[in-house]
Design a protein around this ligand. Structure first.
Ligand code: HAM
Length: 417
């Protein structure tokens, strides 16, 4: 039996890859316009980075990581997300010393052992941006506006920005205690997963999708009543900043997100066109991540968006992916003797950055001209042309044809394309 791709992975085939590039190029240009610089990190890291960074009690660390012992007896994990790696790198490479700011972005594959469904894969791709070294709420607004701008440029419609504050190390323990007492009194109404969350991570019960748990959570203590002055002020400033930029957003006091490093701001961008897996982006502030992984205190705020999901929404909404890539010139050989000359001319065009193709499989002239159909020009070479050192250039959109010296082919075509 032929081997197939592992469950939860998919191939990005040529029919899709150019659209994929359009998304990444658009993100890349937007990042540049916002002053973010590209960083590339290993796809695998020490397991400890994620267990300490993302959090021992998260679904990601408890059940979704691809972890293995390598040949040197080290525990290694395929990255389930990028933020912990970016922070590790910033600490290791001193990217954020003496109050300096590092605005970094990257894109690439992430790995989570989740149940595959539409918009949810085991290998998926994220575009990720992190702003390190700034405590100020302006940085939160910078990140949220960056994510919104990428989606605006891609032409995504029908999106909703949802924000919340999850407090900090000072006020969250008080809120946690209140939640624990509340949920403890409603123990018999909770699902099994939430019962296990009760002691370990009661905040996660707030965003359980099960109806019964959601009903209990409706009556849970309000996080806004527990926020300390600093978190409250920070949240107000973030909201004001978003309003200044004319963004509409919704508050959701039950948005806690599945990663434990968040402090203060947490947000998501949801699409009405995705079904159950409706988040195209998620992010927030993580002021304690650096110390959790053994570094000095470096505040941070960032977001990541799922390329696979952006693609689904763009297809659904008939968004433009720019122009379909096309080869400029097809060099066709009239007979077998001309095949070598055709390949030489093709290479000459390519050296001059004119995209060109020729037959490499022994096709007839007729079949070659059929292949030329998707190009702008055909260069035709036969024994007669070789003898005269010439080439016929046919404009495939209007059918006109000229015969020119082969030495002038590059210049002639350069003028036309
Ligand atoms: P996250 O919410 O886990 O956050 O993931 C961000 C985005 O990645 C999601 O909104 C979704 O679009 C996409 N995504 C996540 N899991 C999958 C999956 N299994 N299949 C397809 N797409 C998926 C983070 O990863 C944080 N590191 C974001 C962040 C950056 N926070 C601060 N800085």
């Amino acid at each position: 039996m032929a081997i197939t791709a592992p469950r939860g992975t998919r191939d990005i085939l040529p029919g899709e890859s150019w659209k994929w590039n359009y998304i990444i190029n658009t993100a890349s240009e937007t990042m540049k316009d916002f002053g973010f610089r590209e960083i590339h990190l290993p796809i695998f890291e020490h397991t400890e980075l994620f267990s300490r960074g993302v959090g021992e009690t998260t679904d990601i660390v408890e059940k979704e990581m691809y972890t293995f012992i390598d040949r040197g007896e080290r525990s290694i994990t395929l990255r389930p997300e990028a933020t912990a790696g970016v922070m590790r790198s910033a600490i290791e490479n001193n990217l954020c010393v003496q109050n300096s700011i590092a605005k970094l972005w990257n894109w690439g594959p992430m790995f989570r052992y989740e149940r595959p469904q539409k918009g949810r894969y085991r290998q998926f791709y994220q575009i990720d941006a992190e702003c390190l070294g700034v405590q100020n709420p302006f940085a939160d607004v910078e990140i949220i506006s960056l994510s919104i701008e990428i989606f605006r440029r891609l032409g995504l419609k029908n999106l909703e920005v949802v924000i919340n504050s999850v407090g900090c190390e000072k006020c969250r323990p008080i809120y946690r205690e209140k939640l624990l007492n509340y949920f403890d009194a409603h123990k018999n109404e909770l699902c099994e997963t939430c019962l296990t969350r009760l002691d370990r991570n009661p905040l996660r019960i707030l965003d359980c999708k099960k109806e019964a748990c959601s009903k209990v959570a409706d009556g849970a203590p309000d996080i806004y009543d527990s926020l300390c002055d600093e978190c409250r002020e920070h949240f107000e400033e973030v909201k004001k900043g978003l309003e200044r930029l004319n963004f509409t957003y919704k508050l959701n006091k039950r948005l806690v997100r599945g990663l434990d490093y968040y402090t203060k701001t947490a947000y998501e961008i949801l699409s009405g066109d995705l079904g159950a897996q409706n988040a195209v982006a998620g992010g927030g502030r993580y002021d304690n991540l650096s110390t959790a992984i053994g570094g000095n205190k470096i505040p941070g705020v960032g977001f990541a968006c799922g390329i696979d999901r952006i693609m689904l929404v763009m297809e659904q909404q008939n968004c433009s992916f720019g122009e379909v890539p096309k080869t400029d010139v097809y060099v066709a050989a009239l007979d077998n003797e001309a095949k070598g000359a055709a390949q030489s001319l093709t290479y000459e065009l390519r050296k001059n950055k004119i995209s060109a193709e020729c037959d490499i499989s022994g096709k007839s002239f007729k079949a070659q001209m059929k292949n030329a159909g998707s190009c702008n020009f055909a260069c035709i070479i036969g024994s007669e042309e070789i003898a005269k050192n010439s080439v016929s250039v046919k404009n495939l959109s209007d059918g006109t044809q000229v015969n020119i010296p082969i030495s002038e082919a590059v210049e002639y075509i350069n003028h036309q394309v």
